[in-house]
Every structure is written in C-alpha cells, then in structure tokens.
Design a protein around this ligand. Sequence first.
Ligand SMILES: [Zn+2]
Length: 293
Amino acid sequence: MPTDKSQWTDTLIHLFALASRLEGEGQYNLAKLTRAAADSLCRRETHPLDIPSDTGKLTAEVQQAIEALSHLNVTADLLSAMKRGADFLSQGKLSPITATPHPYVCRGCGHVTLSSPVEPCPTCGAFAETFQKFMPNYWFDALQPEAARERLRQTPLVVEKLIAGLSDDAMNQVPSDGGWAIRNTLSHLRDAQGVLDFRVDLFLKEAHPILESKAVFAWAKNESERPPSPRDIFETYRASRAETLRKLETFAPADWERLGEHEEFGTVTLRQQVSYFAAHEGTHLAQIRALVS
Ligand SMILES: [Zn+2]
C-alpha cells in the first residue's frame, strides 16, 4: 500500500466518481481512461499481496472479507452467496451456478442483485440495462469463432516449439516452488482439450445439454492413465485437437449459438465454450515458457 493510504483511497474514489460524471457528459473516451487508471491502481496494489492458495487458509480469507463487507452495508444476498461459495471452497469443491449466481451491479448507485434485472434500479431508478453483469472470467467472450478456431490451431504449434529439444527428464522436473512441471501443464492442456471435444459433440447431439462442472485443474498431477512420456501426452493433445478442429470446420453460424446449461457457469453458448477453452490455453503458455528459459 502507498505511504499515504487515505490519499490513495481518495484518489481511487474520485476516479470512479469522475468517470461516472464524464460518461454522463458523453465524454466516453476520457471516462474510459479514468476507469483504466482506477483499475490499474487497484491491480498494482493487489498484485504483490500474497494470498495463500491452501484451501483452509483461502476459505478463512473469504470469511474475513465477508465479515469486513458486512460492516459496510453490502447487500445480504451477495454476502449469502459468498458464504455458500466459501462452503464449497472449504470442501475443495467448485461452487455451482445455483449457489453462486452471476451478480449485477447498478452503474448508477452500486445496488447489487443476483438475478438478471428487468425492472429499473430500486435504489436510483436507473434502467435495467445499466447494470453491469459480472462473469466468472473474461474467456467466455474473448474470441469470436474464427479467431477462436485459429487460436486452437496455433496453440499446439507454439507448445511444440517450446518443448522442442527438451528431454523427458527436463519436462518431468518439478520446479523449486513445488508447482507444475512441464509434464503437468501438458497433461492439463490435454485434459482440457478432452473436455472441449466431449462438449462439442454434446452440443451437436443434444438440445440444451447439461455441461458437468469439471475440476480439470485438479487432474494435472493425477498420473493414472497417462502415457509415460511427456511427449506422448503432447501427441495425444495434438491429435485430439486436430479432431475437434475438423468438427468445428463443419459448423453453420447458427450452431455456434447453440445453448447449454453449465453446472458452474449457467447458460452458455457453444461459441462461448470454444472461446473459453481457446483463451484459457494462453494462460498456460507463460507457465511453460518460464520453465523452459
Ligand atoms: Zn441504482
């Protein structure tokens, strides 16, 4: 935190207030810079904070946040949903959409609701479209179909280049922080690809299929049914990817808008699922790069 905490906080609040006023005056370009400055300030300060990843400690951190928010007049619905999410977290489970719906925040006054608003804001009267919907992450709408297909085609090529010339031992080497070896990241890419391929088939076979929530992240260190060599794991990933791309090539525009019901994320389109998996992979390239260099 900066030396003068109150000056920092005052600046942040002023930036948000200023952005709203600028938007009200139609000065959208200046407003976007103001909002970016506020977001940057927050992320810059939070980036070095070391929140533990251990389930028990992380649950305690969420409970601490709920306690703090309860003294700040934050709506009870939001706090209840956070508590339900914390309960799932404490059991090592992913919280389903039924327990933790998407929140909507009024851009006018900050009023929060956990269902898609149809009426004007009960607090300030702002129209329903004013509310900002908070999605679990940005991957859902990150890539349009053509860009998503291209990304899905490119990523295995990038991975292939990154691991070219590496021995099995080098790829099996667990880093000093105890995190994922390259092998684990390759396994994770392969597992996620398997889920994507399965879901593409499901969207085509069924109307509004149920998409089961998959803790793919947790499988990366599971060695059952893995080929022994990291390079073989990569090859199964690449072969499965080629198969998925072949299927996606055949899609009509309307196929991309087919709907499914995701246990964790609610109603999603096939387009959003493909975007999600394509964008997700990018986050793991940096992980491999860091271990190669
Ligand atoms: Zn409002």
